[in-house]
Ligand binder design. Structure first.
Ligand SMILES: [Zn+2]
Length: 69
């Protein structure tokens, strides 16, 4: 439980770093979403966070299946 809390808190604390890779950004404007998804400065951290979530979910399922055996 402590490791999960540590993982989620560190992931949440790193989110502002992923969304502010460089200056000159606004939020909730029409072109901003495309910029976040198409520029490497933003897309790579988002992909890494997504991969971490997938790995965490996979680990949880594997751990629960291991307990049920
Ligand atoms: Zn940007």
């Amino acid at each position: 439980m402590f490791r999960k809390a540590l993982f989620f808190s560190s992931a949440l604390l790193s989110l502002p770093l992923a969304t502010q890779a460089h200056d000159g950004h606004g939020f909730f404007q029409g072109h901003e979403l495309a910029h976040y998804l198409t520029s490497a400065e933003h897309a790579i951290p988002l992909i890494l966070v997504g991969a971490a979530v997938v790995l965490l979910i996979g680990y949880q399922k594997w751990s629960q299946a291991r307990k049920n055996v």
